[in-house]
Structure formats: structure tokens, C-alpha cells
Write a protein of this length. Structure first.
Length: 556
């Protein structure tokens, strides 16, 4: 492969498909985080209103509610995500076009029997693509009503909370509306001693004969995580008994399969990575002569007064009614399901913890429609990148993931992996065979895809990889297909790639004409340099009287 051609292809892919690469550049992170930090001045009133009752639904790993977002000059009927662990008051999808009246201070969140106002200065643009992903994936389930915003900890922790997933209800109570005695009398177990640390809420639990610990309460994420670093038999990843509070009135460990993880190790590794990112950001701020905002400092993991045994996910939340008041420090818990335990969950968790590819495949074969299949695929893929698993095996894993997606999403699902492999030169060169296999796998799905515009990007990538394998005939076939499906914005790129293939085949006149067309249409600087060098290289091999050269001379 002509190495000079790679940067242009990489940029083409990054521009076309950046949201799915799941790679956060420091500069992009800076821009997004700065937007958040500037808006998050410390205020006494993050939110106003009495709260109330919301009808909720579960979409993937999130609790959603349909509401009306209203300002004096803007209105949206939409869904919001309710995420107690999100540190911002509200994040909103930048595509929303949110606008306020000139003197307006709050955004109204309205629904029948629900009233909430969020301070304008605490609303930031969404970082990541959670709302867009939910809208795209669950559009039919959500009756074509999009997901536009996420409401987080600074708003939600100001209220008492009743959550009953079986009844599909969430209630935000004004502070101190919940009476402890009433909650105690209406619950299977009443637990005091809740702790708020940073932007986290912890509920006391006990395990293994009365050892005290805490469970972190979250309203996002399906998995209920077990901190196996606290277990006597760490390798088993199994906890026989854990209860709410300080006695054995109500068991928590039998409600759902638990996902054993080295929780403290994960937290501190993430903190170390955040510190490294902070260091890079500080250097950039210093270069620009700006003070470093406190809001961008890496935050230490929230740690209560005792060990953290569990992180509650939706698998456990769905089995109980929760009535809690963070500021009064109590929760009432009532069992609403006998069990939400899933053998498929357990099988996946054990295979995941052991990083056993064969067991992950066995899980996918036994549970081809499980919600965890895509996660299993990503783990197989990650292990494969580290250990060199056979490419056919990786393609087989991708096919399991395809099959849990609707037909219209399968093309983009494969492209997520395909373009991820092409995101840097080392990966591109190392994974040529796999890229070709995934590219060929993806192309038949385009006709049913919701994003057919990426067809040419795949064809150009496949052609490039065949050139890298010294197979210019196959490369030419894909470049010709890309030309047939031409997007005007890619015309110059397609002509350039055709020039490369024709030159490799020794078809100098075709190559010259293609390079010449590419330069006339306009190329990025690096590719323009390559194309002009190719024209000079080929020109000396052509007949001096060739009409191609005469045309160049006339135009010159």
C-alpha cells in the first residue's frame, strides 16, 4: 500500500462515522466539557417545582418518561432519561435547538400531575450519544417520540423518590413530604443511615453473617454489580446472602443474578485514567494562557463510610418498590417480584469474568436473543484484538450481534466494528483480512439499512485493503462500484482511488485521467500532493503526443 494514501482514508472514515468509533479525543472532550463547566455555576436553586407522578418505561439500560419541555419560545413533546448517577442537572441533545426568552431563567418540565423547572444555567449540551442511540434503537417502542434530554443527580436528589418499575411509576416528592413512620408501615423493610457522598447515594446492607456494607443506588444500567474483592472466595464470584439494612428481614442477593467485578480496582483505574486526561487538558489550558476550571478536575471515586458491596442495576430495582428520601436518610423497600433471576444473566456474567471466549460463544449459542449478546460480542472482539483469535471466529461473533438487531440497524452495527478497525494506521494494516471480511458481510445489508449513505465509504475501504494485498483487480471492482454509487462530495476521492488502482494495474492512461480529474475536483492537501506526484510519475511513461498531455498543456 502507498502509505501516503492512508491519512486521507482515515480522515474520510473519521468524518463519516465518528459517533460510532467511541473514541473521545482530548480536544473534543475539552470542547464538550467546557460547555458544561461554564454553565454549571453554583446556584442555590438547581430546580423548582413540586415534582409529581410520571409514567415510566424501560428502554435498554434506562428509565424514560414522556414529558413536555417548555420555554417561552420553545416547546418539545419528548422523552427524558431519569439518571440519578448523572452529575449534571440536565443534558440535552444539541439537535434540540433549545431556546429561551430573553429574561427566562428556567426550563419547564411538564406532564399531567407533574411540575418541574430546571435552572437555565444548569442545562448543558449532551456529551456522548445516549439520547440519539435510544431514539434510533427504540423508535417503534417509543411510538416515534424521540429522547431528547437526561435529568441527573443535582435535580433528582432534591426530592424524595418512589420508584415502582412493575407499576411503571416514578414519583418525585417535595423534600420532607415523605413521613418516616408512614414509609415504615408501608414497606417490607425500613432502612435508615443512607449516605450521600458526592453525587452518589448509598444504602446500608449486610452480608455473610452480619458484615456491614453499602449498596450504591442507581437508576441506569441493567447489571447489578457485586464487588468480589470483598468475598472470601473471590474466584467463585458468588454471594449466598445479602440483606437490606442491618438485619435479615429482606434479602437482596436472591432477586437477580449478580455480576462479579473487581469494583475498587475498576474505580481507581478509571480515576488514574481521568487524572491522565486532566494532565493533558491542563497542558492545553496553560498553552492558551487560561486558568484550569475546577469542574474539570478528576474526581476521586465516591466512597461511603464502609465498603461498597453492590451497585444496584435495573435487574434488582425491578423487583422492589423503593420509597426513599436521600436528605432524611431512609428508604422503604417492598418486594414486588418473587424473583428477577435469569440463568442467562448468570451464564454471561461467569463467562465475562473469566474472559473465556468459548464460554462466551456458548452463552450466545444458548441465548441468541439475550440482551447481553452485543456485550458478549464486544468482549470476544476485545479479547480477539489482544490475543489474535481467528478472524472467522470474530466474524461469527459479529453475526450473533447482528441477529439481535433489527434488519435496518444491522449494517450500522457491523460498521461500528469495521470503521473502528480502520481508525488508525496500525490497526488498519494489522487487520486487513478482518476488515475485508466485515466489509463484505456488511454490503448485502445496505438495501435494508437506515443509513445507506455509508455504502461508498465501505467500498473505498475495501478497495484500499485489496490494494494493500497487491490485488488491484479486486480493488478496482470496489472503486468502480463506489463510482457508480457516487456521492458528489466523494467524487474527487473516488477518482483518486481509481487512479491508484489503474496505476497498480499498469493502465497508465486511465490512471492519469483519474488522478487529473481528482485534482481538478479538489482534494485535501495530503492527497493533492500524492496525486500530483503520481501525475508526474506517469507523465514520463506516456507518449509525449498523447491527447491527455496536450489537454494538460492547453489548460496549463
Amino acid at each position: 500500500m502507498n502509505q501516503d494514501s492512508w491519512p486521507g482514508l482515515k480522515n474520510l472514515i473519521l468524518i463519516a462515522f465518528q459517533p460510532s468509533l467511541k473514541v473521545l479525543a482530548v480536544s473534543a472532550f475539552l470542547s464538550a466539557t467546557l460547555t458544561a463547566s461554564v454553565c454549571q455555576a453554583h446556584e442555590s436553586a438547581t430546580s423548582q417545582g413540586t415534582g409529581g407522578t410520571l409514567d415510566i418505561k424501560i428502554a435498554g439500560d434506562f428509565i424514560l418518561a414522556r414529558v413536555e419541555l417548555v420555554s417561552e419560545v420553545w416547546f418539545k413533546d419528548t422523552h427524558i432519561v431519569l439518571d440519578l448517577s448523572m452529575p449534571e442537572a440536565m443534558m440535552i441533545n444539541p439537535s434540540a435547538g433549545l431556546r429561551f426568552g430573553s429574561d427566562e431563567a428556567t426550563l419547564k418540565v411538564r406532564q399531567e400531575n407533574f411540575d418541574l423547572e430546571i435552572s437555565r444555567s444548569r442545562i448543558v449540551n449532551e456529551r456522548g450519544s445516549t439520547t440519539s442511540d435510544l431514539t434510533a434503537r427504540y423508535d417503534n417502542f417509543l411510538n416515534q417520540i424521540d429522547v431528547l434530554a437526561i435529568v441527573g443527580w443535582p435535580v433528582l436528589h432534591n426530592f424524595g423518590l418512589t420508584l415502582d418499575i412493575q407499576e411503571k411509576k416514578l414519583v418525585l416528592h417535595p423534600q420532607e413530604e415523605l413521613e418516616p413512620d408512614e414509609v415504615r408501615n408501608g414497606s417490607d423493610v425500613f432502612v435508615e443511615g443512607l449516605e450521600i457522598i458526592g453525587s452518589s447515594l448509598f444504602i446500608p446492607v449486610n452480608y455473610s453473617g452480619g458484615q456491614s456494607a453499602f449498596m450504591k443506588f442507581k437508576t441506569s444500567g441493567y447489571h447489578t454489580v457485586l464487588n468480589r474483592e470483598l468475598l472470601d472466595d473471590r474466584e467463585s464470584g458468588v454471594l449466598d446472602e445479602a440483606y437490606f439494612g442491618f438485619d435479615e428481614s429482606l434479602k437482596v442477593s436472591d432477586m437477580a443474578a449478580l455480576f462479579p467485578q473487581d469494583l475498587y480496582t475498576q474505580w481507581w483505574n478509571a480515576y488514574s485514567e481521568a487524572r491522565a486526561t486532566e494532565k493533558l487538558m491542563r497542558e492545553q489550558f496553560e498553552q492558551e494562557g487560561r486558568p484550569f476550571p475546577e469542574q474539570l478536575e478528576a474526581k476521586r471515586p465516591d466512597q461511603p463510610s464502609g465498603d461498597v458491596l453492590l451497585i444496584a442495576g435495573l435487574s434488582v430495582l425491578a423487583g422492589y418498590r423503593w420509597v426513599l428520601d436521600p436528605h432524611q436518610g431512609f428508604v422503604g423497600v417492598t418486594r414486588t417480584l418473587n424473583s428477577n433471576y435469569s440463568e442467562a444473566d448468570h451464564q454471561f456474567y461467569m463467562a465475562s469474568v473469566s474472559r473465556d471466549v468459548d464460554e462466551l460463544f456458548k452463552f450466545m449459542e444458548n441465548n441468541p436473543e439475550s440482551r447481553h449478546v452485543e456485550e458478549a460480542v464486544s468482549q470476544v472482539f476485545a479479547i480477539g484484538m489482544e490475543s489474535g483469535i481467528d478472524e472467522d471466529r470474530l466474524v461469527e461473533a459479529i453475526q450473533f450481534g447482528m441477529n439481535v438487531n433489527e434488519e435496518r440497524r444491522q449494517f450500522m452495527y457491523v460498521l461500528d466494528y469495521l470503521f473502528g478497525l480502520a481508525a488508525d494506521e496500525a490497526s488498519l494494516e494489522r487487520n486487513t483480512e478482518l476488515i475485508i471480511a466485515l466489509g463484505k458481510l456488511s454490503l448485502p445489508m445496505i438495501a435494508r439499512s437506515e443509513s445507506p449513505r455509508f455504502r461508498q465509504h465501505v467500498q473505498l475501504l475495501l478497495g484500499d485493503r485489496y490494494l494493500a494485498q497487491n490485488d488491484p483487480e479486486q480493488a478496482l471492482r470496489f472503486f468502480m462500484s463506489a463510482a457508480f454509487n457516487s456521492d458528489p462530495a466523494l467524487d474527487s476521492r473516488v477518482s483518486y482511488e481509481l487512479g491508484r488502482a489503474y496505476e497498480a494495474l499498469g493502465r497508465d492512461r486511465r490512471a492519469y485521467a483519474s488522478y487529473d480529474k481528482a485534482t481538478s475536483l479538489g482534494l485535501p492537501p495530503d492527497l493533492s500532493k500524492n496525486a500530483n506526484e503520481a501525475l508526474s510519475r506517469i507523465r514520463i511513461r506516456l507518449d509525449p503526443n498523447d491527447e491527455l498531455l496536450e489537454k494538460d498543456t492547453e489548460e496549463g
